[in-house]
Design a binder for this molecule. Structure first.
Ligand code: PG9
Length: 628
């Protein structure tokens, strides 16, 4: 009965009919690894224990600790390559520069997710008016760091925290009340203000793409249910359902408390204001932990938070040694992957690796490794995808309306669909009809927001697919005969009227490539969005107190576009597009004022005639951060 080559001891224990499922835990032989993996439950001050996985390079001595707190499964974060024998293979791509240099890597599940005990509260608000309890992510970070430095004899007792998005949010929470052993931090595209521009809303328009996040993240302690879309085109699925509330109902999302928290607070009320982390950071007496804020130029999820938090802390960084800003040519969390390209854009090498290896790592070393030299960290480091190189600045923005190095210039939306630095005479306005029954798609149909290739690159997608629609206004500038450098946040100043009583305004600033582009034919005539935003008109005077728009009255709308750092090359042209929807990414404005758009009724959605004015009394322009 023995198989040839079978060890005699094993052969003695089996016959052909030995049951093959033993019911005992299967233990694979330990391979020779260059690291030790420890899994522990770290007790918090209220007795709740948090699952923490610690990856220690074998032979580590006096090693710094790199710590991330996650709602996305800590165990999975150290298991990139099943059966890995080398720490670099076990950890994520973004960790390689640290793994290669002897860092101890620690991941922890936040309360209530995956291996951790306790209750999960989505982006649990800090202790205070919204959270009267005694714990939050600041205390959990504090207690965990305290435990780590006392229980890891291989460490030098110094901890750095980093993480992207939700994990960036937990870094920022730790900074609100930092443990003394927390020596340096890098919040990467952190969620800072969920209403103004990170994750849930942008300027009050709701991002329907997040409904899938509710079910995936909050129907189970581990990985939750995938939202079953009723059809293959998200555009039709959302349109047929009606309002966001109606769609949520069809998906059973009403069973999830977080859905109620969001949908019951459509305006920027105390619920959002009191958990906006930039406001809480601004109240800190000083910056105790040197921090590098990382933001992606084309971050499709958190394009608002990092530079806003950096700006809130900047007045406290008296000697320019504690508050740093990096803005790379990246999608959301792209800083941790290969940053050689984004959609149709190719960059000068792996820009994300350049950041991690040449800037982030030396910065962390300086504060975490005993005797490491001071890093020569640029105060502000921003990629220019027009010149394809990094710019080092002392300040950001480089150009604005006042008190920046350069003064921003008004780019007028003129008659005859022209753009110019002077306002011109001619027709007083341009108009279009916005029909909520036929909203403007944010990417070509069929739309699948779950397709990562579509979702992660939509902010750099060629806008020719909507140019020419009757409900999109396109304004174009002259062909540039010399380079034009932009460095800052363009500000939109729209003079607009609508025949409805509420309206959304979408504005895109676009770099148009020449029609002939032999160097890279796929970019010939490409309409590259440098910045896109949406603004919900009811909030024009107050984010917290919305009010209807008077039909056909010209109103002034002022709002910021995201950061731009771009050299437009000779032969290129500036373009601006204006429209009233970006569907189904953002919910539709019914264009008829209702108290809570989440629950608009089918009859509330109305066509409206939209006018963008360009008269001397009512000019429309973008304040463009031009650097001469
Ligand atoms: N953008 C994701 C998120 C952050 C915070 C709240 C909800 C979602 C993320 O990538 O983590």
């Amino acid at each position: 009965v023995c198989g040839i080559g079978m060890a005699p001891s094993a052969a003695a224990q089996v016959s052909p009919m030995t049951p093959d499922i033993t019911g005992k835990k299967f233990v694979a032989p330990e391979p020779a690894r260059d690291f030790i993996k420890r899994e522990v439950m770290i007790p918090m001050r209220d007795g709740v224990k948090l699952y923490t996985v610690i990856m220690i390079p074998k032979g580590a001595h006096n090693a710094p600790i790199l710590f991330t707190r996650t709602p996305y499964n800590a165990a999975g974060r150290v298991d990139r390559t099943p059966g890995a024998t080398r720490l670099v293979d076990a950890l994520a791509q973004g960790d390689t520069v640290f793994a290669e240099d002897g860092y101890i890597r620690v991941f922890q599940d936040v309360r209530g997710k995956y291996g951790s005990e306790g209750d999960y509260v989505m982006t649990r608000p800090p202790r205070g008016p919204l959270n009267p309890g005694k714990i939050d992510h600041s205390t959990d970070a504090w207690d965990s760091i305290d435990w780590l430095v006392k229980h890891l004899p291989e460490s030098n007792g110094k901890v750095g925290m980093l993480g992207s998005s939700y994990e960036g949010f937990t870094v920022v929470m730790a900074l609100l009340d930092p443990h003394p052993a927390l020596k340096v931090a890098a919040p990467e595209s952190p969620m800072i203000d969920g209403w103004m521009g990170d994750d849930w809303f942008q300027h009050g328009a709701y991002r329907q793409v997040n409904l899938g996040y509710f079910s995936g993240q909050m129907t189970a302690r581990g990985t939750g249910a995938k939202m079953a879309m009723p059809g293959a085109d998200d555009y039709s699925s959302f349109l047929q359902a009606g309002s966001v509330g109606a769609f949520a109902k069809t998906q059973g999302l009403e069973q999830i408390p977080a859905w109620h928290k969001v949908s019951e607070h459509p305006a920027y009320d105390a619920f959002w204001q009191q958990q906006a982390l930039d406001k809480l950071l601004a109240k800190l007496p000083e910056i105790t932990v040197p921090t590098m804020w990382e933001q992606g130029l084309w971050d499709q999820e958190d394009i608002y938070g990092a530079h806003t938090a950096w700006a809130a802390l900047e007045p406290k960084d008296h000697d320019n040694t504690r508050n740093f800003l990096v803005i790379g040519p990246w999608r959301h969390s792209g800083a941790n992957y290969n940053g050689s390209s984004l959609g149709a854009l190719d960059f000068n090498g792996d820009t994300a690796l350049q950041w991690r290896r040449d800037v982030l790592k030396p910065f962390f070393d300086q504060y975490l490794k005993d005797g490491a030299p001071a890093a020569n960290t640029p105060p502000v480091w921003v990629y220019d995808a027009g010149n394809n190189r990094w710019d080092s600045y002392r300040n950001w923005p480089q150009s604005c309306t006042r008190d920046c190095g350069a003064t921003a210039r008004r780019l007028y939306l003129n008659a005859d669909a022209q753009l110019g630095f002077n306002s011109s005479s001619g027709a007083q306005y341009a108009e279009y009809v916005s029909d909520p029954a036929k909203p403007v798609p944010f990417v070509p149909r069929p739309v699948n927001m779950g397709d990562r290739d579509v979702w992660t690159t939509w902010l750099v997608r060629d806008q020719r697919f909507v140019d020419g629609r009757t409900d999109v206004l396109t304004y174009t500038g002259p062909v540039l005969d010399k380079p034009m450098k932009l460095a800052g946040m363009p500000q939109v100043q729209l003079s607009a009227s609508t025949s409805g009583t509420d309206s959304d305004w979408v504005v895109k600033l676009i770099d148009v490539y020449p029609d002939q582009y032999p160097d890279n034919p796929k970019l010939a005539g490409y309409q590259l969005p440098l910045a896109i935003t949406i603004f919900r008109g009811r909030y024009r005077d107050s984010f917290s107190q919305p009010k209807p728009i008077t039909p056909d009255a010209v109103q002034s709308y002022t709002f910021d576009l995201p950061n731009v750092n771009q050299t437009l090359q000779p032969g290129h042209r500036l373009m601006v597009q204006v429209q009233s929807s970006l569907f189904p990414l953002y919910d539709r404005n019914p264009q008829q004022y209702v108290d809570n758009i989440f629950f608009a009724q089918p009859g509330d959605y109305r066509k409206a005639t939209q006018r963008i004015w360009n008269s001397s009394e009512y000019p429309s322009y973008i304040t463009l951060p031009v650097v001469e």
